[in-house]
Structures are given as C-alpha cells and as structure tokens.
Design a protein around this ligand. Structure first.
Ligand SMILES: Cc1cc2nc3c(=O)[nH]c(=O)nc-3n(C[C@H](O)[C@H](O)[C@H](O)COP(=O)(O)OP(=O)(O)OC[C@H]3O[C@@H](n4cnc5c(N)ncnc54)[C@H](O)[C@@H]3O)c2cc1C
Length: 491
C-alpha cells in the first residue's frame, strides 16, 4: 500500500482521496484554506450561510454511483429535494418563464413561446438523449492518451451523425427560431465556462439531464455535499491538513520526492495535484519538470471569471424561486465582452440563487439569502471601487426586472471577484471554472491526468477530462483512480 499526498481539498481532491483510501492506501490531503470543498466553500456571516461557489446539483446518477462505491445512498444521506420549478428565467421584455421538473409542463411552455415548440423540444431532447447515451458509452468515463482514443472511428461516426462537433448555438438554431427558446436551451453552456457559439454541440446532453432528470438540492447545499464526501474520506482514514499551502513539489530525477508546505514537508510515494492545474505546474514545479509550460496556458482559452455577491436581505422576496436567470435580449454582446473584447459587460446576463426558498437554515427566520453571479472575462481590473459600482449596476437591473427594491433591506453583503479567486484558490487569471470547453479543449485536448515529466505525479479536477463542474470533477477522480488500479501503478 502506498503513501499518497493529495494537494487541495476541492471536490477533485476529496473524491480522489476517499477512493484511494478505500483501497487501503495511506492518504494525506494538504489544503491551503481552512475548510474542505474548494470552490464549494461555505461563507458564514451574521446568521447567513452562503454557498460560495456551485449551487446546482445536476446529474444525480454520478453522485449515486460515487456514494454507492462506499455502500451509501446519496438520496438518503444528502436528503435530496427535487426542485420545482427547476429554475425561473426573467427576460428583459418582462416575460417570466418557469422550467419545471415536470417535462409535460415544459412542452406546454415551449409551445407558447414558439410554433410547434413542444414537438421541437421533444425532437431536440431526443438528440440530446442520444448524445448522452453515446457519451456515457464511449466518451465520459475514459482516459484519453492519444488523439486516436478521441477520434475513434465509432466516435467520429456517431459524432458526425449527431453533428456533435458543430457548435452548441448551431445545434439549437436548427430546431428553434425564437430567441427566447434558444436562450432557454443555450444558457447551460455557462456551466462549461464558455460561449454557446464555441462550446461543442455534443454538450447538449446537459439539456437532456436538465429536462429529464431535474435539478436537486442537497441538505446544506453544495457545501453540504462536500462535507459528506469529507466525512467519507475521514471514515476511510484520510488525514487532512488545513491552512497549509503547498509551496513546492521537489523532483529528483523523474520522481516527485518531497511535497514542501509552509509548515513542513512530506515524502510520499505518489502525488496527486488538485490545486489549479496552472498553479500545480508553473508554481509548484521547476520549469524542467512542467508538462505544460507558461506558453501553453497563455494560448489556452480560459473559462469565465465571475463577479459574485453574497447578500442577506432582512425580509422575504416574492417572485423569486431557488434558481433565477436574468437574460438580456442581445445576450451575445455579453459573451463577446468575455471572450472577444474583454471588459466588464455593459449589459450583463446574470444569475441569482435564493436557497432560503427551500432551506430555512441558510438565513435567519423571515429573511432571504441571495447569491448574485455575473460571468465576466478573466483578469479584469477589480478594485474595490469597480466591484462596488458593478454590483450597483446589477442590483439596479435586478430591482427593475423583479419590481423588488431590496437596496435598503440588505443587512449583509460580501463581494468576491478576480483577485479573490487568485488569492483564495490560486486560480489562473482569476478564472472560476478553469479551462473553457471549446472543441480543442475537450477530452484528449484537456490537460492530462498524468504528468508527462514526473513519473509519480498525477492530476484531478475541473481542468482534466471530463471537465468543468462538480459531477465531472467527481468523474475525473474516478477515471484517475480506475486508471491507476487497472495499470497496477499502486500495487
Ligand atoms: C461561482 C461558481 C459557481 C459554480 N456553479 C456550479 C454549479 O452550480 N454546479 C456545478 O456542477 N459546478 C459549478 N461550478 C464549478 C465547480 O464548482 C467546479 O468545477 C469544481 O468545484 C472544481 O473542483 P476542483 O476540485 O477541480 O477545484 P477547486 O474547487 O478549485 O479545488 C482546488 C483546491 O486546491 C486548493 N489549493 C490551491 N492551491 C493550493 C496549494 N498551493 N496548496 C494546497 N492547496 C491548494 C484550493 O484552495 C482548493 O481548495 C461553479 C464554480 C464557481 C466558482
């Protein structure tokens, strides 16, 4: 049995550590911050508990499978609640549309928004389902060691048949003519940190999950999920070191021999890095040991950063549900101002989470817990003045669109933007989601699980295949641990 150090206690680090410890290895997780969860940290302020990062529990099958590996039932342990409506969309002409967990209601909704909308949604979701089935059979749960693994004849045939390699927007546009129905299906690309015009259409499988499997809320939110995985890791004897940033991975010959931290050092047989991939490579390793040098990162398309606001309001707010989107009519301008001419978006689309609608524990009685998220370009100037002014701008829109004036009722407020992502998580350019999912940054084109320079150094997390998101990060660790076991690397 091996001695393994995992750097970082994000979902990637927690799940890899739990799986390896279950197999009997001695695992130590070293985390820079004070708590487990990484981006899914918890912020507690004057009786409010904010999920600092992810808020959507999607693709329940992935969590069911992960918990089952430890003989546990995810639904039971997480006390999952299915949300209905799944989410609400506010359009800038005043229209408000709910997407339900009852798909029949969604067919009716699409019929009202577009000629033959129900039929078109059925046809489109059929394609998304086929894409999902293909992906689950041959794409998601696998390692890509060479380009031939990705462009296998089968994958290419299936992919071409489904037009999986065209862009997401083209895929949607083939079925839907109305801007509103298009947006209702394209918003999901924001999860991948991209623009519907350059995210591959194959990710429409997420729309199948959205409409057919629904959206859930785990007890304690997404930090609650991280806490449960942390508990499982502890039950399997994983040791955790918090408030202990790693400063160096020392390499001798082709082997990582020592992990040096601000408090001491460790001499593991294997190292798994879950910290931001760019940080792990370019900061923790000397240049000669880097598989991906600074030039590689400069050429990559990073996913979005975010302007986040954690807000406590001293009264209830009508008109909101748990998940709420606010979409501009000309929404491509916002994507252009992220990926083409980076600047603070003039007319932002944004998301507001209000978990106090379903969870009394996240806000004092009679109050509301709000989380505002605006996707923005990486590396923008974010002085206190800029971030405050931007919050005011978003709040103006929120008040106008919902008819709720909350400004004077705010009792708690904390903003989080680029520099916080850099300082708290060592995130490259302040990205919230790592690398975007363009075609050339998908599957075999994402940074590899195994270092090509250091024999006993591996990676897991949102930078690896299958990519950005909580379920995909869990899968990244499952792929890594399966690969290590199948190749007998740890025996
Ligand atoms: C605001 C926001 C909203 C999101 N919403 C959703 C959502 O609703 N649903 C969804 O599925 N996904 C969502 N995501 C994406 C999802 O949260 C991430 O893809 C996932 O959590 C990434 O996990 P990770 O383990 O790869 O990385 P991280 O969570 O970043 O974990 C890396 C860990 O490494 C630590 N670390 C860094 N440097 C060092 C060092 N030198 N030494 C020791 N430790 C170090 C960090 O502190 C961190 O704990 C969201 C992300 C954000 C930011």
């Amino acid at each position: 049995m091996k001695n393994i150090v995992v750097i970082g206690a994000g979902y990637g680090g927690l799940t890899a550590a739990a799986l390896l410890a279950k197999d009997g290895h001695s695992v130590t997780v070293i985390e820079k911050n004070e708590q487990p969860g990484g981006k899914a940290s918890l912020l507690e302020l004057d009786g409010f508990s904010f999920d600092m990062g992810p808020s959507w529990y999607m693709w329940p099958q992935v969590f069911d499978d992960f918990f089952a590996e430890f003989g546990k039932d995810a639904t039971e342990i997480l006390e999952l609640k299915k949300l209905d409506p799944s989410y609400r969309v506010f359009f800038d002409d005043g229209d408000v549309v709910d997407i339900s967990s009852d798909i029949e209601k969604n067919y009716d909704t699409f019929d009202k928004l577009e000629d033959n909308g129900a039929d078109k949604l059925k046809q489109y979701l059929d394609v998304c389902k086929k894409q999902y089935d293909i992906a689950m059979k041959g794409f998601v749960y696998r390692t890509y060691n060479s380009i031939f693994d990705f462009f296998s004849p089968r994958m290419v045939m299936d992919g071409l048949r489904l037009k999986a390699f065209s862009n997401f927007h083209s895929g949607v546009k083939k079925y839907f003519k109305e801007p509103k129905t298009q947006k209702l299906l394209e918003w999901i690309t924001v999860f991948l940190g991209g623009d519907p015009r350059n995210v591959p259409a194959m990710y429409c499988m997420m729309s199948y999950l959205d409409h057919h499997h629904g959206i859930y809320y785990p007890k304690g939110g997404m930090n609650g999920l991280a806490q449960q995985i942390y508990q499982i890791a502890l039950e399997n004897n994983v040791e955790f070191k918090f408030n202990e940033p790693v400063t160096k991975i020392k390499v001798d010959g082709k082997k990582a021999t020592e992990v040096i931290t601000e408090k001491g050092s460790y001499k593991p047989d294997f190292v798994i890095n879950n910290s931001d991939y760019h940080h792990g490579e370019t900061v923790l390793l000397e240049e000669e040991n880097q598989s991906y040098k600074q030039k590689y990162w400069e050429k990559s398309t990073m996913a979005v950063s975010m302007h986040l606001a954690y807000i406590g309001v001293n009264r209830k707010i009508d008109g909101l549900t748990h998940h709420n989107y606010f979409f501009e009519n000309e929404w491509t301008e916002h994507f252009d101002q992220i990926f083409k001419e980076p600047k603070w978006p003039d007319n932002p689309n944004f998301y507001v989470c209000c978990p106090s609608k379903v969870d009394d524990s996240v806000a004092p009685s009679g109050m509301e817990n709000l989380f505002f998220l605006v996707p923005v370009a990486c590396d923008l100037e974010d002085s206190d003045k800029v971030r405050e002014e931007y919050f005011e701008k978003v709040l103006d829109k929120f008040e106008k669109w919902t008819g709720e004036n909350i400004r004077d009722d705010i009792v708690v407020k904390s903003l989080f933007t680029h520099r916080d992502f850099k300082e708290r998580y060592n995130a490259y350019k302040g990205t919230g989601l790592g690398m975007a999912h363009t075609l050339w940054q998908t599957a075999v084109f994402r940074p590899k699980h195994k270092s090509s320079k250091v024999e006993n150094l591996y990676y897991t997390g949102q930078y690896n295949h299958p990519g950005v998101g909580v379920p995909t990060t869990v899968i990244s660790s499952q792929i890594l641990v399966n690969e290590l076991n199948q190749k007998g690397v740890l025996s």
